[in-house]
Design a binder for this molecule. Structure first.
Ligand SMILES: *Cc1c(COP(=O)(O)O)cnc(C)c1O
Length: 404
């Protein structure tokens, strides 16, 4: 059944466009938080496909459910009703306390839809040149509009002219937000990640979320929270903003929602739920039965297995173990994050750790040059967290020694 796989992976994909700096590794299969490469080497997976594989690999209940769905219907098109869309939307509405959902297939598409919602919200009010507040170090995707909203010059370089209509402000500074928008009648929305992922695991403070919510209410702006990475249980709440007690008006989701099957969603509250009318927005793949089944089963199994509580338990354990093992190590600047979304910031660039950790049997990521990021499956155990720490800590100490 298994197709022959190349045993040696060196410049292995000459016909695939060269857009990623890849490690010389090809994964063949996985089980839980373990994966094996095509040469049979085993790894502990603390990357989870970049916060995607919520239920780990080869989940014993997800796989048969997806097989069942594939044997019935994979795709039918939005010319017709897709009952599983209503099933998943109902669940997302229940978990978020919002009103309705638009389905797409990726994070940037969810954000693109949010940006279109904000602009049309403005146009419907007679604002012809709507502007949207975005944040320093933000990451919202790589389409022309979402890379324009992104706060990283490396993502934008070479792709100008950027989309206009964005105002950029620093994180957690309500005075800066007020100063940047006072007297501007064109502002329609504030858009940010509750916890920035690609930007280096920077959290919006709960108090700041409440302040921004109040300001959005006062000025009649949409509050749009990008939960593509930090949402779907990763921090121990279904959505990271829920720690603050507020609700957004628009919430893009993707990554972990389908446990690896491509899926995106924009969840809208009452203020945004009826902006789009037939013909305003759409996508061919969005909401297809396979993706919907993956979303429905992911949430069902997360509930059945208590994975929100597990994210808190294992996340706290992991953070405590790292804090203990790295205490007093010069060059470790901060350990931060919430639940199983964790960053370790060093004082020096640490991209080499990606390859070194993999050589030592651990998959993770490095983001914003100096931040080691762990966003594993929410099924990770404390024993696996301990194993990750045991592999990672000596590598951090070694790297810091070399760079001292
Ligand atoms: C990954 C990510 C995106 C982009 O998602 P894609 O599926 O890669 O398009 C957008 N926003 C955030 C916060 C992300 O982490």
């Amino acid at each position: 059944m298994t197709a022959a796989l190349p045993k040696h992976i060196e410049a292995a994909s000459p016909h695939v466009m060269n857009t990623y700096g890849r490690l010389p590794i090809a994964l063949s299969h996985g089980q839980g938080c373990r994966v094996w490469d095509v040469n049979g080497k085993r790894y502990l997976d603390a990357l989870g496909g970049i916060a995607v594989n919520t239920l780990g690999h080869n989940h014993p209940k997800l796989v048969p459910a997806l097989q069942d769905q594939i044997s019935k219907i994979i795709h039918s098109s939005n010319y017709y009703h897709v009952p599983l869309q209503e099933t998943l939307a109902t669940k997302l509405v229940e978990l978020s306390g919002l009103e309705n959902v638009f389905f797409c297939s990726t994070g940037l598409e969810a954000n693109e839809a949010a940006l279109k919602l904000a602009r049309k919200f403005g146009h419907d009010k007679g604002i012809e040149r709507p502007e949207i507040v975005v944040y320093e170090h933000a990451f919202h995707g790589r389409s022309i509009a979402t890379l324009s909203a992104t706060g990283n010059p490396k993502v934008q370089a070479g792709f100008g002219p950027l989309v206009e209509g964005f105002i950029r402000v620093p994180l957690n500074d309500i005075k800066a937000l007020e100063a940047a928008t006072t007297g501007n009648p064109n502002v329609v929305a504030v858009f940010f990640e509750a916890i920035q992922g690609e930007g280096g695991i920077h959290s919006m403070k709960d108090e700041y979320l409440r302040e921004v919510r109040a300001l959005c209410d006062k000025r009649d702006w949409l509050l749009m929270i990008d939960e593509v990475q930090c949402g779907m249980g990763r921090t121990g709440k279904w959505f990271a903003h829920q720690w603050s007690g507020i609700k957004p008006d628009v919430m893009p989701l993707a990554k972990g929602l389908g446990s690896g099957v491509p899926i995106g969603a924009v969840v809208a509250g009452p203020k945004a739920a009826h902006i789009f009318q037939p013909g305003n927005h759409g996508t061919t793949f969005g909401g297809n039965p396979l993706a919907m089944r993956a979303g429905v089963e992911t949430i069902r199994l997360m509930e059945e297995e208590g994975l929100l509580a597990n994210a808190v338990k294992v996340g706290d354990h992991l953070r405590a173990a790292l804090a203990r093992e790295l205490a007093g190590v010069a060059g470790v600047k901060e350990i931060r994050g919430r639940g199983l979304m964790l960053g370790i910031e060093l004082t020096v660039p640490c991209g080499e750790l990606l390859g070194r950790a993999a050589e030592n049997g651990l998959l993770l990521s490095v983001t914003a040059d100096t931040v080691i990021r762990m966003v594993p499956s929410l099924i990770m155990t404390t024993a696996e967290a301990d194993e990750a720490v045991a592999i990672l800590v000596p590598l951090i100490k070694q790297l810091l020694k070399e760079k001292a």
